[in-house]
Design a protein around this ligand. Structure first.
Ligand SMILES: NC(=O)c1ccc[n+]([C@@H]2O[C@H](COP(=O)([O-])OP(=O)(O)OC[C@H]3O[C@@H](n4cnc5c(N)ncnc54)[C@H](O)[C@@H]3O)[C@@H](O)[C@H]2O)c1
Length: 271
């Protein structure tokens, strides 16, 4: 996959500042979203998981003329304190937050969910993929005195069973519930919280799931549009939710998956 996405430019995000969490490389969904936000005039602070990723992330960030990068490991309170303090010090307040972070161990993302989910694996998946969103929402909201918009990334495995997705499906269900509760709490402050449920896309995270690639093939075969979920579509939905276009939308899980989620039975040869 390449970085030659066609992201329309404009001024929908002009004057808005925010944090994008979860760029690991040029295929990351967070990177697609960041490029679209930047093309519409947003100023972005990028957090990345740790020093080892900086080498890959820095050239991307610089390629769009930005340089505000902060390491942040969501499992480490000190690292999170430092990251949000750095943004507060530089900007004082923000308008948006993109949470595009998840993790489960390889052993958990294969075979039987019942047999392969350890207590430690469950705890880790929930901590990194769900608690971090609650934590980031709290931290971000404290810097949103004028309201704002927060999004996270989820997948159909929260609603239906998907082979090998296992504990991550359980975590995504909790993430979607967390989105609704955070939207309820923060709505009073004019902060909208929503989730995007993307179809399978070729990223590092997908590679961690046994048989992950075949999820993309099934997406092409079963989806209404008969195609892969496009980064432009996911980034466009993020732009919509994070800009003023998305006003009045809160607590929503928006599917951007070429219509895959509405299919109960795939096309039959007789059709
Ligand atoms: N790729 C897909 O098919 C797909 C579909 C729907 C939803 N999603 C979701 O999109 C989001 C982004 O995933 P992606 O597909 O772009 O893959 P990715 O691997 O590019 O992104 C995952 C990110 O999580 C970060 N991360 C993991 N542990 C962390 C920690 N302890 N602290 C800080 N960051 C940490 C990684 O550094 C990485 O940047 C995830 O929530 C994923 O579940 C992906």
């Amino acid at each position: 996959m390449s970085d030659d996405w066609n992201m329309p430019s404009g001024e929908l995000m002009k004057g808005k500042r925010g944090i994008v969490m979860g760029v690991a490389n040029q295929n990351s969904i967070a990177w697609g979203i960041a490029k679209q936000l930047a093309a519409q005039g947003a100023e972005i602070a990028f957090t990345y998981q740790g020093e080892s990723l900086e080498r890959r992330v820095r050239p991307l960030v610089e390629s769009i003329g930005m340089d505000f990068m902060i390491p942040a490991d969501v499992t480490d309170d000190e690292s999170m304190d430092a990251a949000f303090a750095a943004v507060k010090e530089k900007w004082g307040k923000i308008d948006f937050l993109v949470h595009s972070i998840a993790f489960a161990g390889k052993d958990e993302l294969q075979g039987s969910m019942v047999a392969n989910t350890t207590r430690e694996g469950f705890r880790r998946a929930m901590d990194i993929s769900v608690y971090s969103f609650i934590d980031c929402s709290r931290r971000a909201s404290e810097m949103m005195p004028d309201g704002g918009s927060i999004i996270c990334m989820t997948y159909l495995g929260a609603e239906r069973t998907v082979p090998s997705y296992n504990v991550m499906g359980v975590a995504k269900a909790a993430l979607e519930a967390s989105t609704r509760y955070a939207a309820r709490d923060l709505g009073k402050q004019g902060i909208r919280v929503n989730a995007i449920s993307a179809g399978a896309m070729r990223t590092l995270s997908l590679a961690g799931i046994r048989g992950g690639k075949s999820l993309m093939g099934t997406g092409r075969e079963w989806s209404l549009l008969k195609e892969d979920t496009k980064m432009e579509g996911v980034a466009g939905a993020a732009l919509y939710l994070l800009s003023d276009l998305g006003q009045s939308i809160a607590g929503e899980v928006m599917h951007v998956d070429a219509g895959f989620h509405v299919v109960g039975v795939p096309d039959t040869p007789e059709e």
